[in-house]
Design a protein around this ligand. Sequence first.
Ligand code: C2E
Ligand code: CA
Ligand code: CA
Ligand code: CA
Length: 281
Amino acid sequence: AKGEAKGTWQRYQSDLHTAMVQRLETRAALHEAIDNEQFAVMYQPIVDLGSAETVGMEALVRWQHPTRGLLGPYHFIEAAEESGAIVEIGRWVLCEALREIARMHAAEPDTTLRYVSVNVSARQFRTPGFVDQVREALADSGADPQWLLLEITESLLLRDADQVRNDLGELRALGVRIAIDDFGTGYSSLSYLRQMPVDVLKVDKSFIDDILGSEQQRALVDAIVTLARNLDLAVVAEGIEDEGQRAELIAMGCPYGQGYLFSKPVWPHEIAAGRRSSEEA
Ligand code: C2E
Ligand code: CA
Ligand code: CA
Ligand code: CA
């Protein structure tokens, strides 16, 4: 039994070692990928549910891995969060997304595509100087702050709420809008919604998936849409895959959505947006 225990201990040590080596390898690979400009950004249109007109787009990072091909965030975001590489990657995505929206507005000033939505990890947000980073990225790209929506998660609002509220307020003062991503999946209380300077709620796909099949899911989404309306927030429903879901969301009064029904994430030149008519402009 003694030998067995020792074996277990050694196995444990060796597992720890392997995990550590893998983490170090991934960390090195991610930093190399940053240096070698292996990241790319795809964009998924956000549409007006009634007209299906594109009103915005979400920036979604990809890793053009030299041997493994085009990798989605599932393959590397967790490692990037753990190693801290997410701070650099996120900064790059923000700059790239702002350059892209500035290019689009320069090419078509009357575009219906008014903003780009950028995911910000909690770790990136909490890095000292984040607000200055945003300010610089806006200045460098020449993008209007109104063209930027930052997506944060509920969990960010739980710790150091005063600091977070303060930073969000500074971003808002710049003219940048704030969305809560994956709304409803976190553990936060609803009271922060009144206290935090937030503009948009994004309803997580897991709530949308079964709105036709489950009366409970439908009621939940309906409640979120009503809550948002009463708090004067915009709502975006995520992961809409069929016309039935779209119709249901319109019936609830949900104004915006994104999902495969309208478009998967695509490269910037594949984004199709309309032009505002002269009466609107
Ligand atoms: P998210 O922010 O919730 O983004 C939506 C995800 O759902 C995207 O996956 C998108 O491709 C996918 N999606 C959109 N519509 C549909 C649909 O109709 N059906 C299905 N099945 N999926 C749909 P993606 O691009 O793989 O990104 C996964 C997650 O990675 C994102 O979830 C976000 O949390 C994270 N992420 C992506 N880019 C960044 C980034 O630049 N920074 C950070 N911190 N996180 C990022
Ligand atoms: Ca998002
Ligand atoms: Ca989301
Ligand atoms: Ca989601």
